[in-house]
Design a protein around this ligand. Sequence first.
Ligand SMILES: Nc1ncnc2c1ncn2[C@@H]1O[C@H](COP(=O)(O)OP(=O)(O)O)[C@@H](O)[C@H]1O
Ligand SMILES: [Mg+2]
Length: 474
Amino acid sequence: MKKSLLIVDDDIESIHVLRQHLATSQWLDICGYATRVEEAWQMLQATRPDMVLLGGIKETERGVICQQFRLAFPHLSFIAACSPQELMWEPFFRNLGIWVVAKPIQPGQIEALAMMSPSLGATTIIKTSHPDDMSSSFSSQNLFTAPQTVAEAPLQPDFSAAQTIQAPQKAKHLITVYGPKGGVGKTFISRELAVFFSTQKKEGHPLRVLAVDFNLDLGTFATTLNLPRTPNIFTWVQEIDNQLQAMARRQGRDPLLFRNEEWQEYVSALNLSPHDISKYIVSHTETGLDVLTSPRDIRHSFEIKDYHLYLILETLKHSQYDVILIDTAPDTTDATIQALFFAEQVVMVGNPVVDSIENIQRLLKLLREAEYPEARIQVCMNRLQRKEMFTLDEIRAYFQLHPSKKIFSIPDDAEVKKSINSGIPVMLHPGRSSAKDAIETLGKALLPIDSEKTMPGAQPKAKERPSLFRWLWG
Ligand SMILES: Nc1ncnc2c1ncn2[C@@H]1O[C@H](COP(=O)(O)OP(=O)(O)O)[C@@H](O)[C@H]1O
Ligand SMILES: [Mg+2]
């Protein structure tokens, strides 16, 4: 059956060229075109297309209209036509579940997508939570930098199916700690936040916390807590591969002949049980914190593909953990981008040094252009000394943050180095310190917790001798 396509673009010239080329297509019918958003809504109502091709529309951002259209018409497939300069946003479009084609548009590409786009009521099942959640619509194909790869595109998620298979789940919180520069304190802050949360309660229940090391090649999260590195993410990836290969064999296919893209399709049919996670984690006995560590051997990290990580993140989202903290590498690989898009909150870590500040600014720019919700980002300046060349207000202005947005700070503290070497988190040190207070402030801003303190370090404080001053002033 032919798919109907609505073209939304304010470039009438290119619409006409495309219409001419596709006039005799056996895969596609162009049901109409719109040059403005209002017109597009009317056409969507009137013509009920299967697919929408989004060219440029000056009055709005594509990601936004795409999400709005999808809410009203959940079955729609979207194709964004990008100029070469816009192709840098491709990973973000992919995370929104939008196909991307390079301009000038090749009619053959659009036909190939029509061929592959699921028909209405198709049974493609994808394990998602919210169709409006960017992370859930992720499909990790890398399309269209070269037109010939179009034919390898896997099926797009069927959002109508996604809506109906939602299972009620416990509220959980996925926090990604990121910073586009090495050595700024991401791993330190991830460890301290994870330890902080694992000693807290919410609504009377101790929080169940998992820390995940997404520095797949050179991760050291386990080391900073004196934990073993087996089992680890690679143990899980091997198990996923075993299941995928068994599935292929059951269908009479040779797993050795599979391409990456084909595995990506298979992944959406694989149902991982969140209960199996315990097989791949190591536990920090002092705090009850669980850790999914990075592989022991760098070579193992080369075998971890985007679709593995997607599946792992999806499974973690449906797990019993209340808080999942992801420590990342200072890069823009798909692993890191996925960790950013899956997160409900991102802690953007930097140091008060120009190179770190510059890179955060560049990252914020990219995320803004990709319409990443800025409310999710908490900026945290680590290693602040008493006198800095840049004040937090100057940094805020440089980042163009909303005046109401707080920049968190953590002081430079000689104890940090010792605590990393000894494997004993600062949050477990007895007594108070300004670094501990700062982590706690950040933690509480990320997730509301019960006010009663359960921090081991805070206990000696309660036993302090009664003081006349405290008695007088409370
Ligand atoms: N607040 C701090 N005060 C003093 N030293 C710190 C602080 N935060 C981090 N460090 C030091 O910086 C080093 C690098 O931190 P790390 O968390 O590994 O950075 P990243 O994960 O961003 O690469 C740590 O080994 C530690 O010695
Ligand atoms: Mg690190």
